[in-house]
Design a protein. Structure first.
Length: 213
């Protein structure tokens, strides 16, 4: 895994973000940090990163925001993350490859098999199809590394998902069917449905809006 400090000014409050597949920090750059340190984790080809090295205990308040496949992958660190003060899942589930609760198996396998530059462009279009795409937001990694990440995520067996306090579901999500997200989260946590796409971050001006939504 890779990490990137979007903001690090020794604040008393931390926002930890588990990113989506293949993504970097650019979807979050426009969000005002206010008085938060913001750490973004990406690239789930391995889980060699030891989160205890970041000394989360020094923060008086700790918040978790997970997006897309990051919602599932966060479960690898359940013992650490479940102690956070508030945890929000955005357009993802704790069963990311699942016919009823995530991305259907057939679609996921076809994505791995057929992934190329053209299909990757289509994937990006599906994330941002409302015409609000920031031109800086794109997937810059090579195709083989993206395929490897998809394979590793499917092989990852998370038995204890993080107990999220709220799930934000975009009604226009073309990546993870909203119906499957609703199926997963009902009776598990509070649900907020919004009129947005798989990447909904342009709907927000700052992180506070996400945390208080």
């Amino acid at each position: 895994m890779e990490y990137f400090w979007l903001n690090k000014k020794n604040n008393n409050k931390l926002i930890l973000i588990f990113n989506g597949w293949g993504m970097n920090e650019t979807p979050f750059r426009h969000l005002s940090n206010n008085d938060y340190d913001v750490l973004i984790l990406s690239d789930y080809r391995n889980f060699d990163l030891d989160l205890s090295l970041f000394n989360f205990e020094k923060y008086s308040e700790k918040y978790l925001i997970s997006w897309s496949m990051g919602v599932y992958c966060s479960g690898y660190y359940f013992n650490i993350l479940d102690k956070f003060d508030k945890k929000i899942a955005i357009n993802g589930t704790g069963a990311i490859v699942d016919d009823n609760f995530g991305i259907p198996n057939k679609i996921y396998d076809i994505t791995i098999k057929s992934l190329n530059e053209t299909n990757l462009d289509k994937f990006i279009d599906n994330m941002f199809f409302k015409g609000k795409l920031n031109p800086e937001i794109t997937i810059t990694r090579d195709i083989e590394s993206l395929k490897e990440e998809l394979i590793k995520i499917k092989e990852l067996k998370i038995t204890t998902p993080v107990n999220y306090d709220k799930a934000i579901i975009s009604k226009l999500d073309r990546i993870i069917p909203p119906k499957n997200q609703l199926n997963y989260w009902k009776n598990r946590t509070d649900i907020l449905e919004i009129n947005s796409t798989h990447s909904p971050f342009n709907e927000f001006k700052n992180f506070e809006e996400i945390l208080c939504s």
